[in-house]
Write a protein that binds this ligand. Structure first.
Ligand code: CP
Ligand code: NVA
Length: 301
């Protein structure tokens, strides 16, 4: 059976925890310069139609360090960009490579691709979810503050793909998520309803942050929303994470952001560049967490 990773719900809670524990082992091993070459001869294809720094570099580096190879294909330079059907592309690519990471807009595209793929498909970001980021984020939380189960996390800002993946994470890792978004920019209400045991929509950023163990945000204008920037900057005024908001949180609260960040918009420089920020650790953990994910999907499960 082929397992895909299109959202955090594709793995059980126990499997996700195993992946995160393994990510920690990979991190320690690399620090000691010990190499695991468990993916020798394996090839990863990355099929991206949106920009990326962290996702691309971390997956390609992960494959190199594990002894495998990777091929990066910008959608516009593939036949998919000229109208070859997604299902045909999936049938062809999956007869050649061992695992495929896709970054695209529509979640339905990645679902169609996975349906016709003989090999695991990993969601490298869609408009709906960004599950790989959450593996690194939960690993980071664990390193900084221990087990996230039972903790209180504040999401402040846009109800976007990252917010949706934090909602899934709240359910899978059993923590409480308080979400504050401006009117009209909330997360998918059906998803919130399904996760209502773990997720609460609140009225203001300070209500979300009060006593929280982590404050999390993301850009106000995701990839594809560049044309809405001005409108969004107006709508999101009051949702910037600043020192005052951080001081409403728990004394030891950490600040998290998947990056790229826009200082002076969703977060002030003094917070993202300050002592409570763990954003570089989150970015680094993409490498370790994705090694663990690749190993899980290709060898272990
Ligand atoms: N956080 C993240 O996925 O970054 P990139 O867009 O640079 O891959
Ligand atoms: N919400 C952002 C995340 C970038 C990693 C976007 O989709 O552009």
């Amino acid at each position: 059976m082929v397992r895909h990773f299109l959202s955090l719900m594709d793995l059980s809670s126990a499997e996700l925890k195993r992946v995160i524990d393994r990510a920690g082992e990979f991190k320690q091993a690399l620090a000691k310069d010990e190499r695991h070459t468990s993916l020798q001869q394996a090839t990863l294809a990355l099929l991206f139609d949106k920009s990326s720094t962290r996702t691309r570099v971390s997956f390609e580096t992960a494959m190199t360090q594990l002894g495998g190879n990777s091929i990066f294909l910008a959608t516009e330079h593939s036949q998919l960009g000229r109208g070859e059907p997604v299902a045909d592309t999936a049938r062809v690519m999956s007869r050649m490579v061992d695992v495929i990471v896709i970054r695209t807009s529509g979640h339905d595209m990645i679902e169609t691709f996975a349906e016709h793929s003989q090999v695991p498909v990993i969601n490298g970001l869609t408009n709906l979810y960004h599950p790989c980021q959450l593996l690194a984020d939960i690993q980071t939380y664990k390193e900084c503050r221990g087990d996230i189960a039972g903790c209180e996390i504040a999401w402040v800002g846009d109800g976007n793909n990252m917010c949706h993946s934090w909602i899934n994470a709240a359910r899978q890792f059993d923590f409480r998520l308080r979400i504050a978004t401006p009117d009209g920019f909330g997360p998918n209400p059906d998803l919130v309803a399904v996760c209502s045991d773990h997720v609460t929509m609140v009225e203001s950023p300070s209500e979300a942050a009060r006593g929280a163990h982590a404050v999390v945000t993301d850009t106000w204008a995701s990839m594809g929303q560049e044309g809405e920037k001005e409108k969004r900057i107006k709508a999101f005024s009051g949702y910037m994470v600043d020192k005052a908001l951080m001081s409403a949180a728990d004394k030891k609260a950490i600040f998290m952001h998947c990056l790229p960040a826009y200082r002076g918009f969703e977060v002030v420089a003094e917070v993202i560049d300050g002592p409570q920020s763990v954003v570089w650790q989150q970015a680094e953990n993409r490498l370790h967490a994705q090694k663990a994910l690749l190993e899980f999907l290709l060898i272990e499960f």
